[in-house]
Design a binder for this molecule. Structure first.
Ligand SMILES: Nc1ncnc2c1ncn2[C@@H]1O[C@H](COP(=O)(O)OP(=O)(O)O)[C@@H](O)[C@H]1O
Ligand SMILES: [Mg+2]
Length: 257
């Protein structure tokens, strides 16, 4: 379903992705872990075609998106929901306008149909009757749910979550984890969840991949990752300050002159 081959990307003078390989099977939830600045968001942006790679390919349902025109990519993009790190709601729009944004922008649907789709997607994330509220009236957790509802509105085959539990309290985080699991079980969506929250990773993942120095250095089921002997992975999942990753390690590893 998602097949990433030798993906490389330099931003400014930093090598962010270096021959990265990753494969996500249909219906699978793949969790990507790794420190801040390691390139997790950059990887997700490649998958939706917001960023073009320097080298390598990204295949989605057998189609190489790196060779596509903007118009062709837009079609693929309609099947992929990206839940942004900060939620990325428009502050000047109501919840309803936010959730319906892409529907209103790109599809000519009846207003009633749109209203129903919005209500249905909000219900899926456990929110009701908040259509008229403004983002400023919502808690952080509600904002995250609304941005997930906006993605669900499009009935995507693939959902990419960028740090869905970062910055919310543990109970809200657990509710979001449950939602990710539910969407996986009920809708059989293929998902990539980027996180540095290990309890979330263990809960939602079919498979976990760790990003380090521009590539995937370890991959396995939650129990395989828990039992790993890989020093870098072990240090990351236990949050140990003493180990091969140093505190002030240049987060982007490769500086190209
Ligand atoms: N638009 C950009 N311009 C310049 N540097 C960027 C940009 N986006 C990301 N980077 C750099 O690429 C590296 C990886 O960033 P990112 O993917 O956001 O990390 P994270 O793993 O925390 O999501 C960081 O060093 C970041 O500063
Ligand atoms: Mg990020």
């Amino acid at each position: 379903m998602i097949f990433i081959n030798n993906l490389s990307k330099k931003i400014d003078n930093n090598i962010v992705l270096n021959n990265l390989n990753l494969r996500v099977k249909p219906g699978e939830t793949k969790v990507i872990i790794g420190r801040s600045g390691v390139g997790k968001s950059v990887l997700l942006k490649h998958i939706v075609g917001i960023i073009k790679p320097d080298a390598g390919t990204i295949e989605i349902n057998g189609e190489n998106i790196t060779l596509m025109t903007e118009k062709e990519i837009n079609k693929v993009r309609m099947q992929i929901g990206l839940v942004f790190q900060g939620g990325a709601l428009f502050d000047s729009m109501s919840v309803e306008e936010n959730v319906a944004f892409v529907l209103n922008e790109f599809m000519s649907l009846d207003r009633k149909v749109v209203r129903q789709k919005v209500a249905d997607s909000l219900a899926m994330v456990g929110l009701k009757d908040i259509e008229k509220m403004m983002p400023s009236q919502l808690s952080g957790g509600m904002k995250k749910r609304v941005s997930l509802a906006r993605v669900l509105c499009m009935e995507p085959q693939i959902i990419l979550y960028d740090e869905p539990t970062t910055g919310v309290d543990p109970i809200t985080a657990d509710a979001i984890n449950n939602l990710i699991v539910e969407l996986h079980d009920k809708l059989k969506v293929t998902s990539i969840v980027v996180t540095h929250d290990m309890s979330s990773a263990y809960k939602v993942a079919d498979s976990i991949a760790m990003l380090y120095h521009g590539r995937v250095i370890a991959e396995g089921t939650p129990s395989e990752i828990k039992m790993t002997n890989h020093p870098v992975v072990k240090q990351f999942i236990t949050g140990d300050a003493h180990g091969p990753i140093t505190e002030n390690e240049n987060l982007v590893f490769g500086h190209v002159r």
